[in-house]
Design a binder for this molecule. Sequence first.
Ligand SMILES: [Fe+2]
Ligand SMILES: [Fe+2]
Length: 270
Amino acid sequence: MEIKRENLIATLGGEESVARMDSEAKADALEDFLSTELDKILLSKDPFPTAAEVEQKIPTRHYRMGVGNLFVAQAPGAKVKILPPMPGKPTLYDFFALRFAPANHVLQSAALAMKNGMPEEIILACLLHDTAQALMKADHGYWAAQMYTPYVPEKTAFAIKYHQALRFFADAAYGYEYPDLYRRLFGEDYVPLPHIRADYEMLKKHPWYEAPRLVTVNDYYSFDPNAKVSIDPFREIIGRHFKQPKEGLGNDNSPVAHMWRTIARPDMAL
Ligand SMILES: [Fe+2]
Ligand SMILES: [Fe+2]
């Protein structure tokens, strides 16, 4: 990956902010910068590609774009790391700290939802909405909703599931525009897949339309190293609405326990 120094510095808030960072913070920031292909795409000033050009790039990579973040080191030449072990009875907090970290995007999204006075079910949805990208980025809203359904309110799971479809459709009434990021990721002439269009048609008539729409409104891709991101502001909401299984996530024999186990141990060969 080619790194433009000025792009990196701009992303970190300019020369002054960088000067204030200690070397550990700089190393962390660089790692974050490199951590996803998304960063590179987002910072691009190139014209938007066409969907055909996006497809032509597939054989230039050693991984597929839909792969979960835990399963691939995306920077060329980088290697995956040994992950810290999970405790015997892992909680949602353990997954955030040891598998979803740094989780900047979802923590900032939930903080924005809290600042905007969203209902607790929506703040929780914002906090969790993209965490399944650790496991799988393709269709991640559907994966996440499945993963969380046994443990969160129905409306939270609904909001998580359908943010996936509503991200593709603007809604001026909520101030939501089609994201430029999608023009880069999918191509400017991309047409959403039939299941996404069908879900959108269903949602337009659904009494809970607003729930996933509010996730999209509070969903922004941002990288602000000066933002203090922490799960602490959300502990009360998690405590009230997240049904932590006493055996630990992955050990409770729920229909989705294997998904949590896979995130806990992504190095299992089989
Ligand atoms: Fe998402
Ligand atoms: Fe998101």
